[in-house]
Design a binder for this molecule. Structure first.
Ligand code: 13P
Length: 249
């Protein structure tokens, strides 16, 4: 079984005074050393958050696919790595919808992240209509196959996949446990087809309204190797029960 990985995604939340929450969360991470814990903060906080503690990894929420150049307002993978980021979320559904990112963009970003020896957290997920039309699995696996990075060496793939049903994000609703199990199994199979046995070592995270109440059930499902947590990662009070649930599964 893979060591559980719980990643917080602060989205566009967090200013310098919120670093106190990072300190509190890092203490919880240190107290649950059988779980890997990371927080993906806004770019402006990466450097200061990275200096807090070795028990908590810090990540970015996006980066540009190019190393540098005329891309006003963007930051590259090398830039966030230099600030201390160890993870970068790519292809979050909010970026796919707000910024129009497609699978080709996401694949290029994942490759840029991995080229900097950081872990790319590649997000995929279906809309509510796709779920209701019973083709969620085929939609998500197609999205995955088109977004997965091309790599020369399948050893030590610094890649995670996050299954985030779009309709579950920020709504308090989650799929049934059977639906999560079916999706994660299909993702695992696709990863093994793509990367051979190394596909078994890639963490598959569940994201979408994960919290202290449902984390234990979700994290007990086969091939749910961790979580990508939005709202419930903003304070240690909300995030600790998720970390604790991961520590017990
Ligand atoms: P919530 O946990 O707030 O639903 O957000 C999930 C998410 O989008 C994490 O990337």
């Amino acid at each position: 079984m893979l060591k559980k990985l719980i990643v917080g995604n602060w989205k566009m939340n967090g200013v310098r005074s919120d670093i106190a929450h990072i300190k509190d969360i890092s203490e919880q991470a240190a107290a649950h050393s059988n779980v890997d814990v990371a927080i993906c903060v806004p770019a402006t906080l990466i450097e200061s958050a990275s200096n807090i503690s070795d028990s908590l990894a810090i990540g970015a929420q996006d980066c540009h696919a190019h190393t540098n150049g005329a891309h006003t307002g963007c930051v590259s993978a090398a830039m966030v790595a230099e600030c201390g980021a160890q993870y970068v979320i790519v292809g979050h559904s909010e970026r796919r919808s707000d910024q129009g990112e497609n699978n080709t963009d996401v694949k290029a970003k994942a490759q840029a992240v991995m080229a900097q020896q950081m872990v790319a957290i590649l997000c995929i997920g279906e809309t509510e209509n796709q779920r209701n039309s019973d083709n969620a699995v085929s939609v998500v696996i197609e999205q995955l196959n088109l977004s997965l990075p091309e790599v020369d060496n399948y050893d030590n793939l610094t890649l995670c996949v996050a299954y985030e049903p779009i309709w579950a994000i920020g709504t308090g609703r989650i799929p049934t446990l059977d639906e999560v199990a079916e999706m994660h199994m299909a993702i695992r199979q696709a990863l093994v087809i793509k990367y051979g046995e190394s596909g078994n070592n890639i963490h598959i995270l569940y994201g979408g309204s994960m919290n202290g109440d449902n984390a234990a059930d979700l994290l007990s499902i086969e091939h749910v190797d961790g979580g990508l947590v939005g709202g419930a990662s903003l304070t240690a009070a909300k995030f600790t029960p998720v970390i604790a649930a991961a520590s017990l599964t």
